[in-house]
Design a protein around this ligand. Structure first.
Ligand SMILES: *Cc1c(COP(=O)(O)O)cnc(C)c1O
Length: 403
């Protein structure tokens, strides 16, 4: 079972929704009733035995959990250490995102909501949301920037196939942040019947904590799987890529307070951190408020959010969740960056080495294996957040696989 207590811990959220100096709920007054309603009820609902029973059953029979923990023998030999891969890529819909959307759809039903809204950038969270709405028989509206709708056509088609309505955001740069604004506006206008499913550990409290708890099934499984395979529950090192930070939060969750376990967060450096084309928030960002929480974000001196850049849509976000701002700021987690090119080569290396084509996001985590040093007996778990099917055209173009 998940832990229900929120006693004071060093790295977990406090009652006000803060991780150290980061987090909280900085929202327009109009949104306050919705967020407050959720804040008051989420823990109670999530830990009802009936809820847990239904959540666990869907994770098992619909998502396909537990996801395997795979000892990557050849990769381990190459890096002269012990590397285990947590196979979130084998989940239904191909990534960890479904763990959170399954949790939130069950929560929405118990809150009496029958209309679901979500924002999406590349469409991955939109697809995961459309999937669970179909499953639960709830209306689904996904806001997506007009530019993203054009460049992510297959995911738009998937969402429509699943019965969702995709609404274009036509303001600003017509990308993720504009879609987020549209979703917030919709929620303000439909407070009674609508639940807003946020896709990462971002947004106002209680979202970061709620999403982290749903994703914490990842490290919960890691504990017993490691025990089975290595004889002890704790790895020495956990590596995960960070966009908003939900797969990393899930992989770190049950080890946060155990400081013997080294936590490594990997950000996207795009074309390089000094090129103006990067998404490495912890290096390039500063403190501010983004999407309702105080966190690190990329902004100009007068506080305008800067456009991030990464070849991988899931890491192309101008902030990181407040939990990660705190983990990094306090030194609990170490950060590495990987460029587009390093990630692409790491993806191909993994494919040839282990027969696994990772998502481009995940490939960033693999790229830092080259930048770290390991002990021979070190147990390293890398969270394999998603599969690479969606990135195949990028791989084809870069490696000229059609030629
Ligand atoms: C969306 C996505 C990410 C980034 O999101 P987080 O919230 O940081 O986990 C990483 N990997 C994959 C495969 C994704 O789809």
């Amino acid at each position: 079972m998940l832990e229900t207590n929120i006693e004071k811990k060093k790295y977990d959220v406090d009652e006000q929704g803060f991780y150290g100096e980061f987090g909280g709920a900085f929202i327009p007054e109009m949104l306050y009733p919705n967020v407050e309603h959720l804040r008051k009820q989420y823990l109670e609902i999530m830990y009802e035995p009936e809820f847990q029973k239904e959540f666990r059953a869907l994770l098992k029979d619909y998502v396909g959990r537990p996801s395997p923990l795979y000892f990557a023998k050849k990769l381990s030999a190459h890096y002269n250490t012990k590397i285990y891969l947590k196979r979130e890529d084998l989940n239904h819909t191909g990534a960890h995102k479904i763990n959170n959307t399954i949790g939130q759809i069950l929560l929405a039903k118990r809150l009496g909501k029958h209309r679901i809204i979500a924002e999406t950038g590349a469409g991955q969270h939109g697809v995961a949301t459309a999937t669970v709405c179909a499953l639960a028989g709830l209306e689904c509206i996904v806001f997506m920037g007009e530019v993203d709708i054009e460049r992510q056509a297959p995911n738009v088609a998937r969402m429509r196939m699943l019965g969702a309505k995709v609404v274009p955001a036509k303001s600003g740069s017509r990308t993720l942040k504009d879609a987020t604004n549209e979703a917030i506006r919709d929620w303000i206008n439909n407070p009674n019947d609508t639940h807003y499913i946020i896709g990462s550990v971002v947004g106002p409290h209680p979202y970061p904590d709620m999403v982290a708890r749903f994703q914490s099934v990842i490290s919960e499984e890691m504990k017993w799987q490691l025990k089975e395979q290595t004889g002890k529950e704790d790895p020495d090192t956990i590596i995960a890529c960070v966009g908003g930070g939900s797969n990393a939060a899930g992989a770190f969750y049950h080890y946060l307070e155990n400081e013997k376990v080294k936590l490594v967060a990997v950000e996207a450096s795009g074309l390089g951190n000094d090129t103006g084309k990067s998404a490495a928030t912890s290096v390039l960002g500063s403190k501010g408020v983004l999407h309702g929480s105080r966190t690190l974000l990329m902004q100009t001196e007068d506080g305008q959010v800067e456009e991030p850049y990464s070849i991988s849509a899931g890491l192309d976000y101008p902030g990181i969740g407040p939990m990660h701002s705190h983990l990094i700021g306090s030194g609990r987690a170490e950060v590495f960056g990987a460029t587009d090119e390093e990630a692409l080569h790491a993806a191909r290396f993994l494919a040839k080495m282990e027969g696994i084509i990772p998502a481009l996001e995940t490939a960033h985590a693999f790229a830092v294996l080259d930048k770290m040093t390991f002990e021979k007996d070190e147990v390293v778990v890398l969270n394999l957040s998603g599969r690479g099917d969606k990135d195949l055209t990028t791989y084809i173009d870069f490696f000229k696989l059609n030629g």
